[in-house]
Design a protein around this ligand. Structure first.
Ligand code: JD8
Length: 236
């Protein structure tokens, strides 16, 4: 997968060199290119923002640098998916991450200030598959951190990027129940007793049927708790 990112803060993406994403890039599974929006400005001050038409607080990102930065990346790439992180987008789900993990080429437009002149999205949507996506219902100062979250959620689903293929398969089985995402069961490792707290006996019993049943019940109870859904049986 090829990933291009455009931002006025290219240094924000230093973490992409680390951990499993950095390794995947070294292994040739991923190719990440970061572009500084200011390299596409047309004035000596490298201005990327201007006052909003219609008035109001804050500044809006000018269309021209975004148009000039995106044109060479999307030209001859009609199959590219352009992602614009925005609090007014569709909220990212595991299903969306799975779909995006199958793409050949992603381009992230990371805005700042009050956001990007809407004509940039209008223009791009006539030529490419454009997705406005949010990472959740809270307000960030810009799209960079949201893009990092999306890239981690997407790229860990690419075969070979996550070290352990077995854990992805296990996850795909445990995550979805009745078309709903299920949270994980609690994990334990050695020692068997820590600060007076024992590991649940069933996990050391060697009874794999009972372990699977216990884990499924724990996952369901936790899911009901966090999603504030009424459990079908009265316990927990
Ligand atoms: C991109 C600018 C800040 C947005 C005024 C100051 C995503 N889940 C999410 N929350 N926030 C963002 C996000 C915020 C952004 C930008 C993403 C670009 N801002 C602006 C409009 C209202 N603030 C996000 N994904």
């Amino acid at each position: 997968m090829k990933i291009d990112l455009i931002s006025i803060f290219p240094e924000y993406f230093a973490p992409l060199k680390l951990s499993l994403i950095g390794k995947a890039e070294q292994d040739g599974l991923l190719s990440i290119q970061i572009h500084d929006l200011r390299d596409f400005t047309s004035d000596g001050h490298r201005t990327v923002d201007d006052t909003p038409y219609g008035g109001g607080a804050g500044m809006v990102m000018k269309a021209q640098p975004w148009g000039d930065a995106t044109d060479p990346i999307i030209e001859n790439n009609p199959q590219i998916i352009v992602i614009v992180p925005t609090p007014s987008g569709q909220v990212l789900t595991q299903e969306m991450a799975a779909e995006l993990s199958k793409a050949d080429h992603l381009l992230f437009l990371c805005g700042r200030y009050e956001g990007i002149d809407a004509r940039v999205m209008t223009d791009l949507s006539t030529r490419v598959d454009l997705r406005e996506i949010s990472i959740g219902d809270y307000v960030l100062a810009g799209g960079e951190v949201a893009a990092l979250v999306m890239i981690e959620a997407i790229t860990r689903l690419i075969p070979g990027v996550l070290g352990n293929a077995a854990s992805l398969i296990e996850e795909s089985h445990s995550l979805i129940q009745d078309g709903q995402s299920l949270v994980e069961y609690p994990n334990f490792t050695k020692p068997p007793l820590w600060r007076g707290l024992p590991v649940p006996e069933v996990l050391t019993s060697g009874n794999h049927g009972e372990i699977a049943k216990w884990r499924a019940a724990q996952a369901l109870a936790r899911t009901h708790k966090i999603k504030q859904i009424k459990p079908m049986n009265g316990d927990q």
